[in-house]
Write a protein that binds this ligand. Structure first.
Ligand code: A3P
Length: 313
């Protein structure tokens, strides 16, 4: 893989920066905010990644259901080996482009089971605005999952609080402020969602847009839709049972209870325990944390941002 010689320092000096959490700064590049360590990988993806027409790319803003979708897509596409999920963390089955494949560790594609399957399954948090020139010419399929902004923010805040890299508590007020002003990794959240939303309207046969809440509400129906979209419907003999097994096998209750997903071990690419990707898996958990003023503020911004798009939370 080509190395452009980009170092963290190159970005450090030239890009607009803003404090995000504790002393950590985020860097603005091409209209989006990045943690410093993911900038070189991001640039490498945009410069070097050439998707195959058969690739399936899961895109998401962080904390919107990526882990769940990784498990579901893996199971839908690799039905006969879905039992892997009992012993392997979804992030070790479906790699994230800018972190695992083009990031600092640069693991090879062949390390991941899902990249040798009939359709390679890859994930990314990169916004469509940046990725468009990479994915469009290849004709690959994309799935975008999003989640209501208040739960996304709450999940993000909790995730960061648990992260070992931050010694100081991160006040919720600050997290809300940063989220609302767009200064959040891969943010602004609203631009991220709208980029994929618009693309899914323009190219529905190639971009599948789904919300965490829809999936929670009726997992079975949406897993079926996903399988149809991916060209591997559940319509053979005994496939209804397989569908049922996948829905249950990937549910929060089942998945979060496998030893591997409860583990305090961490991967080489992320210094966080495997268990940190599973917390509660509820819809509406923000009600336990955000006060009325915060809720009103986010609701107002959400209405303003999504107003003209036809997409609403
Ligand atoms: P909470 O923090 O609200 O519990 P991501 O995978 O994008 O990082 O998102 C993490 C969020 O998805 C967390 O939300 C996590 O608990 C939830 N999650 C993980 N696995 C899930 C599953 N199988 N079903 C539903 N939610 C899941």
């Amino acid at each position: 893989m080509e190395n452009n010689g980009d170092s963290n320092e190159d970005y450090d000096s030239s890009l607009p920066a803003e404090k995000w959490c504790g002393d950590e700064q985020l860097y603005q590049w091409k209209g989006f905010w990045f943690r410093l360590q993911y900038l070189p990988g991001t640039r490498q993806v945009l410069d070097n990644f050439k998707p195959l027409p058969s690739d399936v790319i899961l895109a998401s803003f962080p904390k919107t259901g990526t882990t769940w979708l990784k498990a579901l897509l893996y199971s839908i596409i690799n039905r006969s080996s879905r039992v892997c999920l009992r012993t392997t963390h979804p992030h070790m089955l479906v790699p994230t482009l800018e972190v695992q494949l083009y990031g600092a560790q640069q693991q090879s594609f062949s390390t991941f089971a899902s990249t040798s399957s009939p359709a390679r399954i890859l994930a990314t948090h990169l916004p469509h605005q940046l990725l468009a020139d990479t994915v469009k010419p290849s004709d690959c399929r994309m799935i975008y999952v999003t989640r209501n902004p208040k739960d996304t923010l709450t999940s993000f805040w909790q995730f960061v609080l648990k992260s070992r890299s931050y010694e100081e508590p991160w006040p919720l007020e600050v997290a809300v402020e940063k989220f609302c002003s767009g200064v959040v990794p891969f943010g602004p959240y609203y631009d991220h969602v709208l980029g994929y939303w618009k693309e899914s309207l323009e190219r529905p046969e190639k971009v599948f847009f789904i919300t965490y809440e829809e999936l929670k509400d009726d997992t079975r129906t949406h897993v079926k839709r996903l399988a149809d979209f991916l060209g591997c419907p559940f319509n053979g003999d005994g496939e209804e049972e397989v569908l049922e097994e996948i829905v249950i096998g990937c549910s929060f209750e089942k998945l979060s209870n496998y030893e591997v997903n409860k583990s305090s071990e961490h991967s080489q690419w992320m210094k966080l325990p495997f268990s940190s990707f599973f917390r509660k898996g509820d819809v509406g958990d923000h009600r336990n944390y955000l006060n009325n003023e915060m809720v009103e503020r986010i609701d107002t911004i959400t209405a303003e941002k999504f107003h003209e798009s036809g997409f609403m939370y």
